[in-house]
Write a protein that binds this ligand. Structure first.
Ligand code: CP
Ligand code: NVA
Length: 305
């Protein structure tokens, strides 16, 4: 699963159902097996939630810092994948370049090695986050009720936006995105999101996007790997902040969401992220449940890998 649409709408529904199941009711489908967790970038939530999800299915997580395997430095991405697949049932990686994941998955496919590759965040996508986000939305609105809701994303149309918008559209949920000029979604991504049937509004006006929305979501202005652009981005994104005024204009009881880490006073105010409508800690906790559902699906429950 390099991007959320690799699951297909039925696979997405199946993974979310597994994520909602009692952990003890799931088969220990990783019993006695390893799961590689490669990180070329830092992580708090993804590493810890993934390790504990693997353990809950009976498996053994092996955390690997990017420099240890040196993708395309020490050896090629293809050779890293072939090597790790000798020991592990699933290969999960957080990479600088999405293309590394595609090459790792292609190498395993070409060798007919049945080890799924899971994207733990790339410059292009963050599908494991989107799973936890949909789970959170469903917990509040119900699986059926969620389909009548609107999720508004304010800020950079980045990896987190892309996976969230795709996942929402696959689940029949309408989305809106408000970004400054030059930081909005590509025409290709807009078409892809809409291809799953979910409504998508694209604007550069946060107020227009937030008015009446059931969920307000944001992420950092400067993602990992973009640190050189931080000053330019800080100027461009001024005003693209989820604050108490934006929350007040959304639907009554709207959820305030953020994948974390948060920068209070930049993309979100302290009052919003720490306020009564914030569900950011539920999202963080759901990372583990979503990962357990995903791993159960790819290893046991008939996931098409
Ligand atoms: N949301 C998220 O992916 O957090 P980490 O970068 O800490 O894993
Ligand atoms: N867009 C952010 C998400 C961090 C979880 C990044 O890629 O750094």
């Amino acid at each position: 699963m390099l991007e959320i649409d690799d699951l297909g709408p039925d696979g997405l529904e199946a993974v979310l159902t597994l994520a909602e199941a009692e952990p003890a009711s799931l088969p220990r489908s990783l019993e006695g097996q390893g799961v590689a967790l490669v990180f070329e970038k830092p992580s708090a939530r993804t590493r810890n939630s993934s390790e504990m999800a693997v353990v809950s299915l009976g498996g053994h997580p092996v955390y690997i810092q990017g420099a240890e395997v040196g993708i395309d430095v020490r050896e090629t991405a293809e050779d890293v994948a072939r090597t790790l697949a000798c020991y592990h049932r699933v290969l999960c990686a957080r990479v600088m370049d999405h293309g590394s994941l595609e090459r790792m998955a292609a190498a395993l496919d070409a060798a007919d090695v049945d080890v799924p590759v899971v994207n733990l965040l790339s410059d292009r996508a963050h599908p494991c986050q989107a799973l936890a986000d949909l789970l959170t939305v469903r917990q509040h609105f119900g699986a059926d009720g969620a389909r009548d809701r609107t999720i508004t994303y304010v800020g950079d149309a980045n990896n987190v936006w892309r996976s969230l918008a795709l996942a929402a559209s696959m689940a029949g949920i309408a989305t809106r995105v408000a970004s400054p000029d030059g930081f909005g979604p590509s025409a290709e991504d807009i078409a892809l999101v809409r291809s799953f049937g979910g409504d998508l509004m694209v604007t550069n006006d946060p107020i227009e996007a937030a008015t009446g929305a059931d969920v307000l979501y944001t992420d950092v202005w400067t993602s990992m790997g973009q640190e050189d652009e931080a000053a330019v981005r800080a100027a461009a994104f001024a005003g693209f902040c989820i604050d108490e005024a934006l929350v007040a204009g959304s639907a009554p009881g709207a959820l305030v969401m953020h994948c974390l880490p948060a920068h209070r006073g930049e993309e979100i105010s302290a009052g919003a992220v720490d306020g009564p409508q914030s569900v950011v800690w539920q999202q963080a906790a759901n990372r583990m449940h979503a990962m357990r559902g995903l791993l159960a699906w790819v290893t046991e429950a008939g996931g098409d890998r």
